[in-house]
Design a protein around this ligand. Structure first.
Ligand SMILES: Nc1nc2c(ncn2[C@@H]2O[C@H](COP(=O)(O)OP(=O)(O)OP(=O)(O)O)[C@@H](O)[C@H]2O)c(=O)[nH]1
Ligand SMILES: [Mg+2]
Length: 240
């Protein structure tokens, strides 16, 4: 991990906006890292863990709580994005993943989206709805890593067994499996590893754009040129 880039040291974590659709999102000048998964899997909690601010995104035991695209800026240089999850719709008992149009649009078209953290419950064997979702990410060339959440709720052996079962399901789709992480927002586990993913992406962006702009606080900031060069998503954390 490049120690000169202050991803791990988050000195400011600010709520930007709650966007109902892609058009309402802020400009694409800052790299973004988004959380998505089945509702209640712990997306908002993980965002809080990474940001170091436990009350930044709103957490609730009620599935379907996050309903908008909630955007937060870290160190004024990159963003975390809390998305509405899938698998929660009135009357939808069927294991078919479906998210709202805004999320579909965001994941497919947000050019500043560098990497999606696709969250899965570490306490569950592979769920059809999650397998379908990962297939959708792959089909749509969305860069992602897999994050198995809530590891504090089950034994390490169960976590490993569920990870192995999930990867067995999807391994045929990839030349190289997506990177896999575990985390527990409750036990504060996994923060450094996931910030490492962001750090790696930010380092690659900086190298790609050759920019060395520094803000008044001494923090690197993307230049206008960096924005121009991100017409396409950078090939940063593509696991295949
Ligand atoms: N034991 C345990 N509980 C967790 C963990 N992470 C989240 N939770 C709990 O799971 C519930 C849902 O957490 P959220 O972070 O709101 O989940 P979400 O994925 O954002 O859910 P929606 O916004 O409703 O789709 C809350 O009661 C959290 O306290 C974890 O690591 N361990
Ligand atoms: Mg949420």
């Amino acid at each position: 991990m490049a120690c000169w880039f202050p991803v791990v040291n988050i000195s400011s974590a600010i709520f930007d906006c709650s966007a109902p659709d892609l058009d309402s999102c802020p400009d694409e000048s800052l790299p973004e890292f988004a959380f998505i998964g089945r509702s209640n899997v712990g997306m908002s909690s993980l965002l809080n863990l990474l940001s170091g601010k436990l009350d930044l995104a709103r957490v609730s035991p009620t599935p379907g709580f996050t309903k908008l695209i909630n955007i937060f800026t870290m160190n004024r240089t990159w963003r975390l994005v809390d998305l509405p999850g899938y698998g929660f719709a009135a009357g939808a008992r069927k294991a078919k993943f479906k998210f709202n149009h805004a999320v579909d649009d965001y994941l497919k078209h947000r050019t500043s989206l560098c990497c999606v953290f696709a969250l899965l419950d570490s306490g569950l064997p592979p769920q059809e709805i999650d397998v379908e979702f990962v297939a959708w990410l792959a089909r749509n060339s969305v860069p992602f890593v897999l994050v198995f959440t809530k590891t504090d709720k089950v034994t390490p052996a169960t976590v490993q067994a569920n990870i192995a079962a999930f990867t067995a399901h999807i391994s045929g789709w990839f030349e190289k499996l997506p990177a896999i992480f575990t985390c527990s927002a409750m036990a504060k586990q996994g923060r450094e590893e996931l910030l490492g993913v962001i750090d790696e992406a930010m380092t690659a962006i900086q190298a790609e754009s050759g920019q060395a702009s520094v803000s008044a606080e001494g923090l690197p900031v993307p230049s206008g040129k960096a924005k121009e060069t991100r017409k396409r998503r950078p090939d940063l954390v593509r696991p295949w």
